[in-house]
Design a protein around this ligand. Structure first.
Ligand code: N01
Length: 530
């Protein structure tokens, strides 16, 4: 068996890759992270579009692994804007001296398991090759942005922008006619900001989406002091809550509650703002009738905000609420009351093509100076499958995942020894507060590597039957939720040809964490350590 250059190669220097590197180095391992961008931050490095901000409150959407770090960092707003989150990532990189072991401007193109040497051979787009015992994918869930398959997309003579890969210098839309394609979270955050500058803004909507007002505000110093004084308890409490976020959640069923009480709760949550709009009752995402009450409430809000009744009806979603991920906005619906903002439906009358001058829809050419594509991501699996990953006997990950992602606990894939995933498919990831979920993944993986080393084990691999059982469990839990009935990026519906499988684990963070801990307590049940 030959020697390795490194103990561990990590792909990605977002929040997952950074914490992974930090833990590995503390264990005394030789580790290096490769990152496509020229700095840390991952998703928050790329998503620099106007209006980009977090929609889980910042005091909770942050690392908890270091008490001094969480005490010293000051978040300026309830939902901090992207530049501040990026500064936080940079601060963490400096504080823990991470950059010296991150190779930036480098894309890992291939990772092949070498059966003879029992290690991973990693190849980069700079032509380098490096051997490592372990290989960790910290590639993010929403990092492979989607270029829509619209004819003529390269013909446009004006400027084209993707929210998922926004330029590093500020973009000035002043006096411009701007098109935004898409009405997901990125479009809802960016459009109101673009509308402040543009002379005309046209939003191309394929599926109307529900959104709850952010009600963002500067941090309240008393609240900050309270959280900082109680961080350990609050973080521990968050681990017992489905989404990993401490908030107020109800325990009653909507269908067993008088309608006035339900409306009172929904109104209070609308005024408070944010993602927990459906959190007052336990059956909002399992019972259609309950869901309909909340959906109608939110639609009536749209009707009360948007003055033109035709536009208001176009903006009212036909789907259940919460089936696609809820959006959180600031003045998105109110934006349509401005005379220079226009909404076009592209569900019934699709975009035909992009031309040098603009966008053709229904035989009409709409002329623009800039087009903004807020068209989402090849979510959850996209960033894995962009890399040529081959496990034992040259089996390709894309073949193993041909009918949808197959993992054990979203951490490992059978036939791919010593390959670990941070918040991989089959983990709760995007359905929960990402930072704590990242920490759960990273801590499990690094503890497993430490245990392997302590017991002089060279390889860790998921057993095929454990993987099959976990995949079945993930599917079964998903089938009980209304979420699995809606065409969304959770099931790959936004990418033509992608298998229709609900990819994240809907069982919640506490159940997931308990399972991960139980597996370890049972001697890495479902894994072979050899
Ligand atoms: O992407 P999306 P996103 N022609 O996939 C439309 C997180 N996030 O970047 O719904 C016309 O939601 C598409 O239409 P349809 C968050 O988890 C968080 O906005 O497929 N339209 C849809 O309207 C979020 O859910 C924050 O019919 C086309 C839109 O483009 C996730 O990232 C901020 C089209 C894509 O919406 C993704 O959000 C931003 C076409 N050919 C994002 N192709 C926070 O606040 C696609 N569309 C933290």
């Amino acid at each position: 068996m030959g020697k390795q250059d490194l103990d561990v190669v990590v792909i990605g220097a977002g929040f997952g890759g950074m914490y992974m590197l930090h833990r590995l180095r503390k264990m005394g391992l030789r580790a290096r992270a490769y990152e496509v961008g020229d700095d840390v931050g991952g998703t928050w490095y790329w998503n620099r579009y106007p209006g980009a901000r977090v929609d889980v409150e910042s005091m909770q959407y942050s690392y908890q692994f270091d008490e001094e770090l969480q005490q010293e960092w000051e978040w300026s707003e309830k939902y901090s804007p992207q530049p501040e989150i990026l500064r936080y990532a940079q601060h963490v990189a400096e504080r823990f001296d991470l950059r010296k072991d991150i190779q930036f401007n480098t894309r890992v193109t291939a990772a092949h398991f070498d059966d003879a040497n029992e290690d991973w051979l990693i190849t980069t787009d700079r032509g380098e090759q490096v051997r490592a015992r372990h290989f960790v994918l910290a590639v993010g869930c929403l990092s492979s942005f989607n270029v829509p398959d619209i004819p003529g997309i390269n013909d446009f003579a004006g400027d084209s922008y993707y929210t998922g890969k926004w330029p590093h210098k500020p973009v000035d839309f002043s006096g411009q006619r701007v098109a935004v394609i898409g009405t997901g979270s990125s479009a809802m955050q960016s459009s109101p900001e673009i509308a402040k500058q543009a002379s005309a803004l046209t939003v191309f909507q394929r599926t109307a989406n529900f959104s709850i007002p952010a009600q963002n505000r500067p941090q309240d110093p008393d609240y900050v002091a309270y959280v900082k004084a109680n961080y350990p308890e609050l973080r521990a409490k968050a681990k017992t809550i489905y989404g990993g976020v401490v908030d107020e959640f109800g325990t009653a069923k909507a269908l067993e509650t008088p309608i006035e009480e339900i409306h009172k709760d929904l109104e209070a949550r609308w005024q408070k703002g944010g993602l927990t709009f459906l959190g007052g009752f336990t059956d909002m995402l399992t019972d259609r009738q309950a869901n309909e009450i909340a959906a109608e409430f939110a639609k009536n809000k749209i009707r009360s905000i948007v003055k033109d009744p035709k536009t208001a009806e176009m903006l009212c979603p036909k789907n259940i609420i919460g089936g696609k991920r809820l959006c959180v906005d600031t003045e998105y619906f109110a934006m349509y009351n401005h005379p220079h903002v226009n909404l076009l439906d592209v569900q019934e009358t699709p975009i035909e093509r992009i031309t040098a001058k603009g966008i053709v829809r229904g035989g009409v050419e709409y002329e623009f100076d800039s087009i903004v594509y807020a068209t989402g991501y090849d979510a959850i699996t996209g960033s894995y499958l962009r890399i040529d990953i081959r496990g034992r006997n040259g089996v390709e990950l894309k073949d193993h995942w041909d009918a949808g992602p197959r993992t054990y606990l979203g951490l490992m894939v059978s036939g791919f020894p010593n390959m670990f995933m941070v918040t991989g498919p089959g983990s709760p990831s995007v359905l929960t507060n990402m930072l704590p979920s990242i920490e759960i993944s990273v801590e499990w993986i690094t503890d497993a590597i430490a245990d392997m080393r302590a017991e002089d084990k060279k390889l860790c691999q998921a057993r095929p039957e454990a993987e099959a059982e976990w995949v079945a469990h993930v599917n079964e839990v998903a089938s009980k939720s209304l979420r699995s009935t809606v065409k969304s990026w959770y099931i790959g519906a936004n990418i033509p040809g992608k298998p229709s499988v609900f990819m994240p684990y809907l069982g919640g963070q506490p159940a997931y964490l308990a399972k991960c801990q139980e597996v370890v307590a049972n001697g890495y049940e479902g894994f072979d350590l050899t």
